[in-house]
Design a protein around this ligand. Structure first.
Ligand SMILES: Nc1nc2c(c(=O)[nH]1)N[C@H]1C(S)=C(S)[C@@H](COP(=O)(O)OP(=O)(O)OC[C@H]3O[C@@H](n4cnc5c(=O)[nH]c(N)nc54)[C@H](O)[C@@H]3O)O[C@H]1N2
Ligand SMILES: Nc1nc2c(c(=O)[nH]1)N[C@H]1C(S)=C(S)[C@@H](COP(=O)(O)OP(=O)(O)OC[C@H]3O[C@@H](n4cnc5c(=O)[nH]c(N)nc54)[C@H](O)[C@@H]3O)O[C@H]1N2
Ligand code: SF4
Ligand SMILES: [Mo]
Length: 883
């Protein structure tokens, strides 16, 4: 019998769904991960990323000790260096010459401490966060409409709705557990309708009754058209409009002027007129509507307006604050919402107050006993890096974000950091594109080691609890900031000894002189005991009284946080994206996420099963564009914009809209030679929110034609040499490198040995004339490495070869198959992995389908298990069946 294991209830560190996770460290040193059936966000479910959390916890590449200029130092020395660096620069150039760039991935306690130090005690407001790139437009729009940054809805509303509109959201891949909940609700109530608005036909469209492949950037016209339609066709809630809103007349007349008729809307959005009418009729005639929106709306130079054009339609019909209704902006990161609570953006204060509001300023200054509280808003992310480039900001502390990969015009960001006098990075990982530029590296505690709270998209505060010891000298972020604050002379304001101390202060500030005028209020948690904090069950704010069970939805009383108590309808004049396509740059570059990777891959890149789904950086291209630009599926392409370039694999698919291409955001210089898509993205942003236009950069594309293509599978990591293109992928017992070169390899055998070492037995085959080479390196009859080179990208399947690494000894047939470059009889090639939970490949599924053994997703599940755990691959299974 196994020993009694301790299970810890915690929260997933990835997306804003905020799923409850049960983590059980096992004697084997691994951690068993399960969904928490008691957590209201997921009720036991997890997606592919959440399920694979146990595979991301090893300490390889972890940053374990503080370092100054590359040398290991003690914490005392590191903190002294940071404090001295910051203090000297502030003394000479003022508080505006230093900055913090933080993240929606730190815990609320970390966030609160960083914000308090910068705004309250350093006295500048140059603290901004990667949430600027994520949901700052949604925040700005809520504030314009409601007078407060209030997400009115609950996840439950999505299940209760009769119509769910998803716009600019690939829910199936980015908020997979909510997608599963929606899918289940639709199965239970087939009359429920789902409309997806997205230029691409995404996996989310699998459950859509209607997909509107909108012209990129044209959503405001579509929603203005809807507002006009609601008025014209008499679907307004006049009572609600009269009593509880202002700005209606102007908003509707502007909507009419810009999108007065269906043909007008069709001309701008490039949608079919009958589809637009269908959507409008559905919306108009359905009382319970939830509109979910995310980055396809927010990441735009007019993102704030787009959000308001959506909110307008809900206000016009009074569909807010009631079960099954509301405009629901989804947050991306696990604690994007916590960041909003503490005021992590440079134009916020704390606890939903404003720097530039004198009353708020006075209140927070008294609460913090801060006589140096910032009086003006600080720089927003893009401007912050602009000011680093120009030398105005001379010291920056980057925490839990990887801006060299994720900020637009990323090569410029890299140059700016290179020039910056003092770059401090607190990170869990030793080697990232950003740590490479740090003067001082501070080892941060990672998920599983740290303790605190996060708030999800539905305002639900959940505990992240530690279940692993702190490795090396890693420390939680709030602790690191507290040490710096004390070293800089602010001991009394930073008395925190544990995360609960910080949480209580944060809760007290939310309640301080609140009297119902601020939406964010967790007075009920303000004097929570250490034990109560440890046992806190997930709860939705506001929590006014101790006995409160939380608040599922706001505005049920139709009272808003504006001076008049009325919601504001905003007049939205739709505008085109900032940069338009031209002859030189004829395509729109759209960017976003794939199912199994998280951002810059520092964590998901470690998990073998998460790399199997889409192993290489790629560009999705419509067949018409592929023909136009001479691109072949599976080959390489070079994409260029005015700002940068990249080389990625081509995927030809009619899910893409002609004229627009899609590239995932995930690959960094750690995993590929030239695949940071943000190097190409223009650093233009919404003037209100400061959010960049990450979904719309004009680019050109052409075939990239190296003279040779190849791959190496190696039991040990290697450094690729003499190649123009490489990608590194973690496999089960090997590393996989996809490679290509512009210069012929004169001696491929030598080249292979330079990578894998000369030792062992080499089986190889060369056809110099045809430019083909293949080799297997064998040690003690086990496969150590494989090298394949060919003149075209048509190489043998890697999945079959990778299986040979798990064999304890190779048979004659295995050796023969290596030489001929084909699986021998009895060996199977599972093909590209579709179900990452059970590692089921496309070939295996296709074989089962063709043999007539399976006819439905259910039957595939019964026979092969695919799709039966997290369900994330079900849309892909359906596609295989359809084909
Ligand atoms: N697997 C995975 N999940 C994640 C993340 C991850 O890295 N990986 N990251 C998390 C984070 S931080 C975030 S912010 C969320 C993001 O979640 P989402 O916003 O759902 O994800 P994206 O893929 O960025 O973009 C959503 C969709 O917007 C579409 N789009 C582009 N232009 C337009 C347009 O003009 N109009 C409309 N209507 N749509 C458009 C894109 O084609 C894309 O399918 O995901 C979270 N979840
Ligand atoms: N073109 C384009 N660009 C985009 C987007 C897009 O859609 N298109 N999306 C944008 C959006 S919405 C987002 S949210 C960003 C995400 O972009 P980033 O924030 O840059 O991405 P991550 O890889 O999540 O970076 C988090 C870093 O923090 C580290 N880390 C993890 N946990 C901790 C911790 O507890 N403490 C510390 N100190 N470090 C930790 C991780 O190892 C990792 O290096 O990308 C943005 N950039
Ligand atoms: S949906 Fe997946 S990534 Fe998001 S919180 Fe849940 S398990 Fe984590
Ligand atoms: Mo995000």
């Amino acid at each position: 019998m196994a020993e009694q294991q301790t299970t810890t209830k915690t929260t997933c560190p990835y997306c804003g769904v905020g799923c409850g996770v049960l983590a059980t460290p096992l004697e084997t040193g691994t951690v068993q991960i399960e969904g928490d059936a008691e957590h209201p966000a997921n009720l036991g479910r997890l997606c592919s990323k959440g399920s694979a959390l146990g595979d991301t916890l090893d300490l390889g590449n972890r940053l374990l000790h503080p370092k100054v200029d590359g040398k290991r130092v003690s914490w005392e020395q590191a903190i002294t260096s940071v404090a001295r660096g910051f203090s000297e620069i502030i003394a000479k150039h003022g508080p505006e010459s230093v900055a913090f760039y933080v993240s929606g991935q730190v815990l609320t306690e970390d966030y609160y401490t960083a914000n308090k130090l910068m705004k309250g005690f350093i006295g500048g407001a140059n603290i901004d966060t990667n949430s600027r790139l994520c949901m700052s437009s949604a925040v700005a729009a809520y504030k314009r409409a409601f007078g407060s940054d209030t997400v009115p809805c609950s996840y439950e509303d999505i299940e209760l709705a009769d119509l769910v509109v998803l716009t600019g959201s690939n829910l199936a891949w980015c908020h997979p557990v909510i997608y599963q909940r929606l899918k289940q609700a639709k199965e239970d109530r087939p009359e429920m309708k789902v409309v997806v608005i997205d230029p691409r036909k995404t996996a989310t469209c699998d459950i859509a009754d209607l997909h509107l492949p909108v012209r990129p950037g044209s959503d405001a016209t579509l929603f203005n058209g809807l507002l006009h339609y609601l008025k014209k066709e008499d679907y307004l809630d006049l009572e609600f409009l009269e009593a509880h809103t202002e700005g209606f007349a102007s908003a509707t007349s502007v909507a009419k002027a810009s999108a007065g008729s269906i043909p007008q809307v069709a001309a701008v959005t490039e949608l079919q007129e009958q589809d637009i009418v269908k959507f409008y009729q559905l919306f108009a005639s359905t009382e319970k509507v939830v509109t979910v929106y995310s980055q396809g709306i927010n990441q735009s130079t007019t993102g704030t307006d787009k959000c308001n054009s959506i909110i307008n339609c809900h206000l016009a019909t009074g569909r807010i604050g009631q079960p099954g209704m509301g405009p629901f902006s989804f947050t991306g990161q696990p604690n994007a919402m916590g960041g909003r609570e503490v005021g992590g953006l440079s134009n916020q204060l704390a606890a939903h107050m404003e720097i530039t509001n004198p009353e708020h300023h006075d209140r927070v200054a008294r609460f913090w006993k801060a006589d140096n509280l910032a009086t003006e808003n600080g720089a927003k992310a893009i401007d912050m890096f602009e000011q680093i480039a120009s030398g105005k900001i001379k010291a920056i502390w980057i925490m839990a974000t990887n801006p060299v990969v994720s900020l637009p015009d990323a090569d410029k960001v890299k140059d700016a950091l290179k020039k910056c006098e003092l770059v401090v990075v607190s990170e869990c990982e030793e080697n990232t594109d950003t740590t490479a530029l740090a003067d001082i590296l501070l080892p941060a505690a990672a998920w599983g080691e740290k303790d605190g709270v996060v708030t999800n998209s539905e305002r639900r505060i959940s505990r992240q609890r530690s279940f692993l010891p702190l490795p090396g000298e890693a420390k939680p972020d709030w602790w690191i900031i507290t040490q710096l604050a004390r070293k800089m002379g602010f001991e009394t304001a930073f008395p925190f000894e544990k995360s609960a101390d910080v949480f209580r202060e944060h809760a007290q500030l939310s309640a301080f002189e609140n009297n119902g005028v601020r939406d964010f209020n967790i007075a009920g948690l303000a004097d929570i005991s250490d034990e109560g904090y440890d046992n806190l069950i997930p709860i939705q704010w506001p929590v006014i009284n101790k006995a409160d069970k939380g608040t599922a939805r706001l505005f049920s009383d139709k009272q808003f946080f504006t001076p008049s108590g009325k919601a504001r309808m905003i007049s939205v004049e739709p505008k085109l994206p900032y940069h338009q396509v031209s002859d030189e740059y004829p395509l729109v570059l759209n960017t976003g996420r794939i199912r199994d990777q998280w951002h810059t891959m520092t964590r998901t890149g470690r998990a073998v099963r998460l790399n199997a789904h889409i192993p290489e950086p790629m560009v999705q291209v419509h067949p018409l564009d592929a023909a136009n630009f001479h691109l072949v599926d599976g080959s390489l392409a070079e994409i260029k914009s005015r700002w940068g370039e990249m080389i990625v694999r081509v995927v030809v698919t009619d899910e893409q809209r002609p004229g627009s291409i899609f590239v995932p955001i995930h690959w960094s210089d750690q995993y590929a030679s030239m695949a940071r898509v943000d190097a190409l993205v223009a650093a233009v942003y919404d003037p209100i929110s400061g959010q960049p236009e990450s979904k719309h950069t004009p680019v050109s594309i052409r075939a990239y034609k190296p003279v040779w293509h190849g791959f190496i599978l190696s039991r040990h990591p290697i450094t690729v040499k003499d190649a123009n293109y490489w990608v590194k992928v973690r496999g089960a017992e090997f590393w996989r490198y996809e490679i290509a070169g512009q210069h012929a390899l004169d001696e491929p055998a030598k080249w292979a040995q330079r990578h894998l070492g000369e030792e062992g037995e080499w089986l190889d085959f060369i056809d110099a004339k045809a430019g083909r080479y293949r080799a297997g390196q064998i040690k003690r009859n086990r496969l150590e490495g494989v090298v394949f080179i060919a003149p075209s990208h048509d190489l043998p399947a890697r999945s079959w070869l990778s299986q040979l690494f798990s064999l304890s000894s190779l048979s004659d047939a295995d050796r023969y198959s290596l030489l001929v470059g084909q699986p021998s009889q009895g060996q199977k090639d599972a093909g590209q992995i579709v179900c990452s939970c059970f590692g089921v490949g496309q070939n295996t599924i296709n074989e089962a389908i063709h043999s007539g053994h399976v006819n439905s997703v259910d039957e595939i599940g019964k026979k092969l298990k695919a799709g039966t755990n997290c369900g994330s691959c079900v849309p892909e299974l359906k596609q295989l069946l359809a084909r």
